[in-house]
Design a protein around this ligand. Structure first.
Ligand SMILES: Nc1ncnc2c1ncn2[C@@H]1O[C@H](COP(=O)(O)OP(=O)(O)OP(=O)(O)O)[C@@H](O)[C@H]1O
Ligand SMILES: [Mg+2]
Length: 334
């Protein structure tokens, strides 16, 4: 990666403790020593099955939650070491778009108020005329009309509501937008429109996206790079199309096989494979019990993300698998 990363996540872990009914303590490790970085002006996809920790990662990147250990650097600054005041100032630089376009907009407020809200929270009270102009410009940027500002959310379709949510996220001109399953609730044709909008915002405004989904086809259509998560860990990362065309981790291959035509965007949204059992804290690879290639080493030693030896097909790619070289050979198109 040539440019300094906008987002640099280092060894991030998040445990959730829940007291059992009979007094026993149970700990879920939602994120497990995850490191990754995101270059500015790119769309970085995160995929993985339900419960693998995607939303936990999103909350930490947004500084809505604190890690058990590890750090998140945004524009070179460690978010969890900033004072409350500095963090508040920083917040206008990262915004979030959620999954549910119906639940996430207050039905009693006009679209104009909804879109302007981050300005009030993050920039003090802007003047009325300035606010109106910025809202109008933002609505146009997401393909809505300035006079939509006077209406209420119920007057809009799901896709339009998600555009409103994106306008609200962009009004402070953030550098990073975290989109957690932001198109999953939308019809396929509307999904495609919203994905085009995100790519357009990347290209014209240089917005960086952390784009979280369980749908491989969507990531393949929109992302520059992708990280594949399994049980709180990153098991593979690299250029999105290369990763799906030729997985180097057995789990990615399982995902790609379950979704045979990843590149044909427009498939029904569905979780590709079953939900994993609770995470074990043992050493070794967390995927070993489901892995067709597992050997004794996979139980004894935890695989770290690493580069593979090889030609152009492994460039800019990282894999956390002891057996990845074997997969590289069997994967060679021939
Ligand atoms: N506040 C919490 N308290 C306890 N456990 C939690 C909490 N938030 C998440 N978890 C657990 O952490 C793990 C990861 O959850 P997370 O919501 O990050 O998964 P996800 O990848 O976003 O899943 P999905 O695709 O279903 O949205 C799960 O086992 C979940 O039950
Ligand atoms: Mg989630």
């Amino acid at each position: 990666m040539s440019r300094a990363p906008l987002l640099d996540i280092r060894r991030l872990s998040r445990d959730y403790a829940s007291g059992g009914l009979l007094g026993g303590k149970h700990v879920t490790r939602a994120l497990d020593d995850l490191s990754m970085s995101v270059a500015p002006g790119t769309i970085h996809g995160i995929v993985g099955e339900s419960g693998c920790g995607k939303s936990t990662l999103a909350r930490l990147v947004m500084a809505l939650d604190r890690p058990t250990s590890g750090s998140v650097h945004f524009g070179g600054e460690d978010l969890f070491r900033l004072s409350a005041r500095d963090l508040k100032r920083k917040r206008r630089d990262f915004q979030m778009v959620f999954q549910d376009p119906f639940g996430s907009l207050d039905p009693r407020q006009t679209v104009g108020r909804i879109v302007a809200e981050p300005l009030h929270v993050l920039e003090g009270k802007p003047g009325k005329a300035e606010r109106r102009d910025r809202v109008a410009a933002m609505l146009e940027a997401v393909g809505l009309a300035p006079d939509h500002a006077a209406r209420y959310p119920h007057a809009f379709s799901g896709g339009q509501r998600q555009r409103i949510a994106i306008a609200r996220a962009l009004i402070t001109e953030p550098k990073l937008v975290v989109a957690d399953e932001a198109v999953s609730a939308l019809d396929l044709s509307v999904q495609a429109q919203v994905l085009n909008l995100l790519m357009d915002l990347r290209d014209r405004r240089g917005v960086t996206f952390l784009f979280i989904t369980h749908n491989l086809a969507v990531v393949d259509a929109v992302a520059d790079r992708v990280g594949v998560m399994y049980r709180g860990r990153l098991v593979e990362s690299g250029p999105a199309q290369a990763v799906f065309a030729r997985p180097l981790h057995p789990y990615t291959r399982l995902l790609a096989d379950a979704e045979p035509d990843v590149t044909r965007f427009g498939r029904p949204d569905r979780p590709p494979v079953a939900v994993a059992e609770p995470i074990d804290f043992g050493v070794g690879c967390s995927f070993r019990n489901r892995c067709p290639l597992a050997v004794a080493r996979c139980t004894a030693e935890r695989p770290e993300l690493r580069e593979l030896e090889g030609g152009p097909e492994v460039r800019e790619r990282l894999t956390a698998c002891h057996r990845a070289e074997g997969l590289l050979e069997t994967n060679t198109p021939g």
